[in-house]
Design a protein around this ligand. Structure first.
Ligand code: AMP
Ligand code: MG
Length: 347
């Protein structure tokens, strides 16, 4: 007897993406043993991490997911800027301008952050921490941060003053008082790392979603890719745009969920390092690339850069695609890189 198992789910994340993973297992059509879909969720890094994977049985699935979540928790202990004893916070508070040897993970994420900073002309800058802290306070009090305080905080913002030396795996923060914030890249790094753990455990058909940052491996059995819905600008609406993805990653950044409204104006949690202001004007940037560390950082960067320059930057990066939705005086404008169409879900 031919046996079909159908899977369909639609998840709207606390981040900006909806994932709709549609798979079908047919024992006759498939040459691999029958696989079952499992979903696991855990809160980490201030968001919900969701793992969707296909495995032979529940025990294998649970063990692999537990190992992946353990890895994510380990990365949070390294990269969190909310935990005073994270490796990142200790580096910021204790290194006092000295070269400091750091873990492989911290070094790698800083290296990748530095590359995106350079290529985005400083639009992405993990030394934005002191300014982010002022805006976090504004989110609580609904009062504009003090202009003088922003100006002072900006003096500590300059990614070129984070000196990385790969030989000794050391980091040197050249401005005393620098406060790094990996909020724009750590979730993507963790999604990549979790997918790697699953692969290591023999689970190749898997998706790891950290809010709006999603890394995927092989697609569900009998599906060409993972079907991922891109959330529209309006929170209340369901996605109408879908992409198909395998062995790649996608991130969406914008002001959909994280913002503060002060005297009728909406300020995003993403800061322009040149002005120290939270971004204003509705926007949603979706980036597709080979890994989620890259997509996470670039989606944040392109939000800062804007649609016109952003599109040029995306086109200049090999293997990167983007969908940019910006609210302008003429209304909502959607632009996409030339290769974005290759990822569009085909019925
Ligand atoms: P994302 O949600 O990935 O776009 O990242 C936003 C988070 O990154 C913020 O909550 C801050 O922690 C941090 N961030 C804000 N502005 C920047 C920026 N210009 N460059 C790097 N990180 C930023
Ligand atoms: Mg990001």
């Amino acid at each position: 007897m031919q046996k079909h198992l159908y899977f369909s789910l639609l998840i709207i994340f606390s981040g900006l993406l909806g994932v709709n993973a549609v798979g079908q297992v047919s024992q006759l059509a498939c040459h691999e043993p029958a696989l079952t879909r499992f979903t696991f969720t855990e809160p980490h890094m201030g968001t919900t991490f969701r793992i969707v994977l296909f495995a032979k049985n529940e025990l294998t699935a649970k063990k692999a997911a537990a190992a992946a979540f353990t890895r994510i928790a380990e990365l949070n202990r390294i990269m969190s800027d909310y935990q005073d004893d994270s490796e990142l916070m200790k580096l910021c508070k204790e290194s006092k301008g000295r070269r400091t040897e750091v873990s492989v993970d911290l070094f790698k994420v800083l290296e990748q952050a530095e590359e995106v900073s350079r290529l985005s002309d400083g639009a992405f800058d993990v030394s934005i921490g002191p300014v982010v802290r002022l805006w976090r306070k504004a989110r609580r009090t609904h009062e504009m941060p003090d202009a003088a305080a922003i100006k002072k905080a900006l003096e500590l913002v300059d990614y070129r003053k984070i000196r990385l030396d790969s030989k000794g795996r050391t980091v040197q923060l050249l401005l005393i008082g620098m406060m790094l914030d990996l909020g724009g890249i750590a979730k993507g790094y963790a999604a990549d790392a979790a997918l790697e753990v699953l692969r290591h455990d023999g689970i190749t058909r898997a998706l790891v979603a950290a809010g709006g940052d999603i890394a995927v491996g092989e697609p569900p059995p009998d599906a060409p890719g993972w079907k991922i819905g891109i959330a529209p600008l309006e929170d209340s609406k369901d996605p109408s745009e879908f992409i198909s993805l395998k062995n790649a990653a996608v991130s969406t950044s914008g002001d959909l969920h994280q913002y503060v409204e002060i005297t009728g104006k909406r300020y995003s949690h993403i800061i322009d390092p040149k002005t120290g202001s939270g971004l204003t004007g509705r926007r949603s940037v979706t980036i597709i690339a080979a890994n989620c560390t890259t997509t996470d950082a670039w989606a944040t960067a392109i939000c800062v850069v804007g649609a016109e320059r952003g599109l040029k930057m995306i086109e200049a990066q090999k293997g990167m695609a983007g969908l940019l939705i910006f609210e302008t005086a003429k209304g909502i404008q959607t632009t996409m890189s030339k290769n974005y169409v290759n990822y569009r879900w085909k019925q």
